[in-house]
Ligand binder design. Structure first.
Ligand SMILES: NC(=O)c1ccc[n+]([C@@H]2O[C@H](COP(=O)([O-])OP(=O)(O)OC[C@H]3O[C@@H](n4cnc5c(N)ncnc54)[C@H](OP(=O)(O)O)[C@@H]3O)[C@@H](O)[C@H]2O)c1
Length: 296
């Protein structure tokens, strides 16, 4: 297949690697794919991908090598034997991991004269290729700029900075936000569901509320950066009174109260640390310093 788009290699054709390769093929990139279990490459080959028999053959085919395997250990299992072939290429690691692992891969890639970007995919496989979906990257800015048009085939590429650990750091923080939000939504859904309200009735109201909550975050972010939390909208004391209503309503309906109790406990710790008349943003003080130690 002739194409003026850059050739790309994808190592790993699991659920996510297959979605990445499919998006690249969709946008006309000559795409070579290797996977440990060859059968998973066949549907991609049917769509025009070149199936590589070995990681070495795959790496040789593209100047941009995207790796998306199970974890960091598997990444090294696949890449270590072909390290020499990566020289002069750009390795984009989309395998999930910790910031420390991303920094380790960066040093490893540099030691083999390869450039490296670490990335975090902020969607599930069906979202790959949607230009609205964020792909977070960190590491070499030059490599990012050089390959931005290719990376844009996967989603909206966002470069966070030269420190290769940043994408993983944001990824873990954002997943925590997602789980907290989804569990809060499910708790609310269980609560209203105890009074026979279907989730499909509650959810549009919940989504409108989330956009108001997003406004609170915008208000509170500068307070967090300044370390000053004027309680001129709603104080921690007011929220503690309100969370008791949630604890009571859940208990009265036999709904698990672990999440409301956790929320109440961090609010009370903020109050006990002297933030009762501050805004909710002051809760960050007990999160940053759980032991409540005096700091200079
Ligand atoms: N799925 C998502 O929604 C999502 C979202 C964001 C990030 N991610 C990240 O993307 C990465 C891949 O996830 P996935 O959903 O594609 O998982 P998956 O479907 O389970 O695929 C795992 C991949 O790793 C390969 N692999 C596992 N052990 C291996 C080994 N010992 N040697 C060589 N290859 C090995 C598998 O090859 P075989 O086919 O031969 O087993 C397969 O290509 C993970 O780091 C995940 O956290 C996934």
């Amino acid at each position: 297949m002739h194409s003026d788009r850059p050739a790309v290699t994808v190592l790993g054709a699991g659920s996510m690697g297959s979605a990445l390769a499919a998006a690249l093929l969709e946008r006309g990139h000559p795409t070579t794919v290797w996977n440990r279990s060859a059968h998973r490459v066949r549907p991609l080959a049917d769509r025009g991908a070149r199936a590589a028999a070995t990681p070495e053959e795959a790496v040789a085919a593209g100047s941009l090598v995207i790796a998306c395997v199970l974890d960091h250990e598997v990444l090294h299992t696949v890449l270590d034997p072909v390290a020499g072939s990566l020289t002069g290429k750009v390795l984009v690691n989309l395998t999930s991991g910790s910031p420390e692992q991303a920094r380790e891969v960066d040093a490893w890639a540099r030691s083999h004269a390869a450039e490296h970007l670490d990335g975090a995919i902020m969607t599930t496989p069906p979202g790959v290729g949607n230009p609205e979906v964020m792909f977070l990257y960190s590491g070499s800015r030059a490599a990012f700029e050089a390959h931005r048009p290719t990376l844009a085939s996967l989603g909206d590429p966002v470069h966070l900075g030269a420190d290769p650990g940043l994408a993983s750091l944001y990824d873990t923080a954002l997943l925590g936000l997602m789980w907290s939000t989804m569990t809060g939504w499910l708790h609310g859904t269980a609560l209203v569901g105890a009074e026979k309200t279907p989730a499909t009735d509650f959810t549009p109201v919940a989504i409108r509320w989330l956009s108001t909550v997003a406004g609170f975050l915008t208000t509170y972010a500068p307070q967090v950066d300044a370390g000053r939390y004027p309680g001129d909208d709603a104080t921690v004391d007011v929220q503690i009174a309100a969370v008791d209503h949630l604890v009571h309503a859940a208990a009265a309906r036999g709904i698990d109260n672990a999440l409301p109790e956790l929320l109440k406990s961090v609010m009370e710790r903020a109050r006990d640390a002297g933030h009762g008349s501050d805004s909710y943003a002051s809760v960050i003080e007990v999160l940053k310093n759980p032991a409540g130690e005096e700091r200079p």
